[in-house]
Design a protein around this ligand. Structure first.
Ligand code: SF4
Ligand code: SF4
Length: 338
């Protein structure tokens, strides 16, 4: 076994030990049922960015579905100790041009130079739901889980907003809102910075056998969820037929999201970077699209980090399990008393 494969297998084993089951809807990394895994295709040859709408329909549907979970911070908001700033998107809840705690998907529309022509490309962006999710395995509090369908989900009730998941994610996907969350009760001045938010693959709908809101709202069938291996094969078939490319099959060690495009992703990424430079856009939430992204966990540095975090994350997750059990018992006792 070469060093990279050793690290890959070892990181999976470490994470399996770390990721505790906090309720029966979440599964440990070692108990993943391959037959239940859901993937998705985002077909850029079909997406027109809903240019005729004020808001792309997938973005609007995602916002409507999730708005009851959007953070409502109390103000004034404390800085993220020991730093002298905090991240507050609460006055920009209508923003749809990037990922924020109030916008879990957006369409990045860019003009690409390709084959001597200028071509408009519309790229719906959100969490990729990675196979070996670096955000999950490097969360020090153990509050990121995989559902039985492979959806990578943050437990917003227990997230401390440290944003390690964002720095561990190659696309910086999870976004932070300060002034909300558990830290406010535990240690408002010294710990945490809020709560992290991102796409959860509409896990509640998947559990009911329904499709995610972004798929059902898309009038051009540009987004399709289905059995993971079927989606992988279909994405590769479509790319072959159009002489195009797939993104997400190999990136970050493999993901549950497969982009299909006739334009190379290097070109799309160049256009995103150029646009960000022209607009002096340094804020988080507009991910790159560089191909061949290496998974941090397969590097010596990432492996060491995962080894250090695993016991702490495991203990934190065990604490959360105990807390949830206690709360459940309290609720049941009240029900009986009534
Ligand atoms: S894309 Fe980023 S946030 Fe989503 S599962 Fe992968 S590492 Fe985690
Ligand atoms: S899967 Fe659900 S949460 Fe994720 S982008 Fe689509 S609608 Fe939003």
């Amino acid at each position: 076994m070469d060093r990279r494969n050793f690290l890959k297998r070892a990181s999976a084993a470490t994470a399996a030990a770390a990721v505790m089951t906090t309720s029966n809807k979440w599964v440990s990394a070692s108990a993943i049922d391959e037959d239940k895994q859901i993937g998705s295709i985002i077909d850029l040859s079909k997406c027109d960015g809903c240019e005729y709408q004020d808001t792309p329909l997938c973005v609007a549907a995602c916002k409507t579905k999730n708005e009851h979970r959007f953070p409502q911070p109390e103000k004034p908001i404390q800085d993220y100790w020991p730093r002298d700033h905090h991240e507050d998107w609460s006055d920009e809840q209508e923003r749809i041009d990037r990922l924020t705690p109030y916008n879990w998907t957006f369409v990045d529309s860019v003009e690409v130079d390709y084959n001597g022509e200028k071509k408009k490309v519309h790229v719906p962006r959100r969490c990729m739901h990675c196979d070996d999710a670096t955000c999950q395995k490097l969360c020090p509090f153990g509050v990121i889980y995989k559902s039985e369908h492979g959806a990578v989900t943050i437990d917003e009730d227990f997230c401390m907003g440290g944003a390690k998941c964002r720095s561990a994610c190659p696309w910086d996907i999870p976004q932070r809102q300060a002034g909300v969350g558990l830290y406010k009760n535990l240690a408002p001045t010294f710990a945490g910075g809020g709560v992290m938010f991102k796409c959860d693959m509409c896990v509640d709908l998947l559990e009911k056998g329904e499709k995610p809101a972004c798929e059902t709202s898309c009038p051009r069938d540009a987004i399709t969820f289905g059995p993971l291996e079927e989606m992988r094969m279909e994405a590769n078939r479509r790319a072959n037929d159009m002489g195009g490319f797939v993104y997400g099959d190999e990136e970050n060690g493999g993901t549950h999201t497969f982009y299909v495009s006739e334009v190379p992703y290097e070109k799309i990424d160049e256009a995103i970077q150029r646009d960000k430079q022209v607009n002096e856009d340094q804020r988080p939430g507009r991910p790159h699209m560089k191909p061949e992204v290496e998974n941090l966990l397969y590097t010596a540095h990432g492996f060491t980090l995962a080894m250090m975090i695993a016991p702490v994350a495991g203990a934190a997750a065990a604490g959360i399990t105990a807390y949830k059990t206690l709360k459940k018992e309290e609720v049941e006792e009240v029900d009986i008393d009534e």
